[in-house]
Design a protein around this ligand. Structure first.
Ligand code: SF4
Ligand code: SF4
Length: 112
């Protein structure tokens, strides 16, 4: 389960994109795309792009997650997540996520 906490602390286990992928559920892919088009101001997002096995799991990634700066930073530093980084509490990059999803920082703290 620990590997389903993403580099920035999101819980991939509860992410609709992962659930739709592992259950191969096109209805959930369509509902997720409808929701994310609005929430992320991404009018071109097609339900066919909703495919992700999780940030730190092997397999396909949602396009944004595949080029995520936070994920790249964690990988470049050889960490598992931002929870391994001494700069986590002050990092401008990851604070952009933690500001909107406070649960993510709690998830990272719980890993240590
Ligand atoms: S990495 Fe994939 S499963 Fe995890 S939060 Fe991002 S889209 Fe969802
Ligand atoms: S510098 Fe920021 S994004 Fe990079 S590993 Fe540390 S906390 Fe994460």
């Amino acid at each position: 389960m620990e590997k389903l906490i993403s580099c920035c602390g999101l819980n991939c286990a509860t992410c609709d994109a992962r659930i739709a992928t592992v259950t191969n559920n096109d209805e959930l892919r369509k509902a997720t795309a409808d929701k994310w088009r609005v929430s992320y101001n991404a009018p071109d997002l097609s339900y066919k792009m909703i495919d992700c096995t999780g940030c730190r799991e092997e397999g396909v990634k949602f396009s944004h997650c595949d080029m995520c700066e936070i994920r790249n930073c964690v990988t470049a530093k050889g960490f598992n997540t931002c929870g391994d980084c001494d700069e986590m509490e002050t990092c401008a990059l990851v604070s952009g996520i933690h500001k909107y999803v406070p649960e993510a920082i709690t998830n990272l703290r719980s890993l240590n």
